[in-house]
Design a protein around this ligand. Structure first.
Ligand code: SF4
Ligand code: SF4
Length: 362
């Protein structure tokens, strides 16, 4: 018997809409019991890049806020700043982007607090003593919160195959220098035969590491921070990494950061994953591609490894194929699950509890 993962489909009916189902999951998964009176509760969410449309809609966050308050907690919505150029690399832009995408006190009835501060330098070093890191740099607001509920948009990811709960709290709660540590081994290279010198990659590169020289782009690896944005930007697929080595190490590092992000919060963390709008890439992009398959449902657990394992299997069972290997063929997404279990983040065995069967929901 593995960790319990509570699941409901996206089938909705009178009296059983998706907000009601979200609330039922919260209760059935025992999340109210994770929160004590007056606890500061971090709701870790991705507010979506400007122009992105696939992130979790604020109405779901609001329903979770209401339930955290009903349990006695004091919730706030949070995320840490990004490494790359975009609308979330400092707290001012990040909060403006959150408002633009519909997350504000007026809409979710909780404050938005950027977890690693104005410029991404507010962090605590958390000792984890693992293979890649002895300590990890976790965004301060996440460390100082008494409890945490991670709201995750489960979808594909260009560097890790899929992005789930582990990635949401691992990469998502690393401060900017922490994110840099996770990306440090990623070494992209340009295939000169495919490059058409369009320059799109250089416009997206935050560190000006990639430039068009003559008839091809060139990367200065001494400036490259390994964020991987150029790989997805290139319309010719002319930029690649060593997927086996670089993605594997990245996934392991993310799992180590996830371990640090919830250390000292035993019995105080819950995860809700929305397996909806399953786009091929992450919500850090300024657009959202068409979903890879119809919506699957919403799942919740206190074990992020079991939850991600269940989500990826639900997706693959629904499609009758390995959806994420199909779209990111070089990436072995299983690394994050195997390594997460190895370091004690959670277990891959799970027991799926279908709320549609137990809660009278249709
Ligand atoms: S070259 Fe690519 S991977 Fe390196 S920093 Fe620039 S965008 Fe990121
Ligand atoms: S985006 Fe791709 S094709 Fe365009 S310059 Fe960069 S590597 Fe070359």
């Amino acid at each position: 018997m593995g960790s319990k993962v509570y699941f409901t489909t996206t089938h909705a009916a009178p009296g059983a809409g998706l907000l009601h189902k979200t609330e039922t999951l919260f209760r059935q998964a025992g999340f109210a019991g994770l929160i004590k009176e007056r606890d500061l509760v971090a709701l870790k969410i991705h507010f979506g890049e400007r122009g992105n449309t696939a992130f979790i809609p604020p109405i779901y966050a609001r329903r979770v806020v209401e339930n955290v308050k009903a349990a006695g907690g004091r919730p706030f919505l949070t995320d840490a700043n990004t490494l790359y150029v975009g609308g979330r690399s400092n707290a001012v832009s990040h909060m403006a982007t959150a408002v633009q995408n519909g997350f504000s006190y007026a809409t979710v009835e909780a404050p938005v607090i950027i977890a690693d501060g104005l410029t991404g330098k507010d962090f605590e070093e958390i000792e984890i003593a693992q293979k890649h890191f002895k300590e990890v740099r976790v965004a301060s607001a996440a460390v100082h919160a008494d409890a945490m509920i991670a709201l995750t948009h489960f979808k594909g990811h260009e560097m890790t195959g899929f992005g789930g709960a582990i990635k949401n709290i691992g990469m998502g709660l690393g401060c900017r220098s922490g994110k840099q540590q996770m990306h440090a081994d990623v070494k992209p290279r340009v295939d000169a035969a495919k490059c058409v010198a369009c320059g799109k990659c250089s416009r997206w590169c935050a560190t000006h590491a990639i430039k068009v020289v003559g008839e091809r782009a060139e990367i200065d690896l001494s400036k490259c921070q390994g964020c991987g944005e150029c790989i997805v930007t290139c319309p010719e697929q002319a930029i690649a990494i060593d997927w086996g080595r670089d993605s594997g190490a990245l996934q392991e590092k993310i799992a180590e950061y996830a371990l640090g992000a919830i250390k000292d919060k035993a019995g105080k963390v819950g995860f809700i994953s929305f397996i909806m709008n399953i786009t091929p890439d992450c919500d850090c992009w300024g657009y959202s591609a068409e979903a890879l398959l119809p919506d699957i449902g919403i799942a919740a657990s206190t074990d992020p490894v079991a939850l991600d394992q269940a989500c990826v299997e639900l997706v693959n069972q629904a499609a009758d194929r390995d959806v994420f290997r199909g779209v990111h063929e070089h990436v072995d997404w299983e690394v994050q699950l195997k390594y997460g279990e190895e370091i004690g983040l959670g277990e891959r065995d799970y027991d799926l509890v279908r709320l549609d069967n137990v809660a009278g929901l249709k």
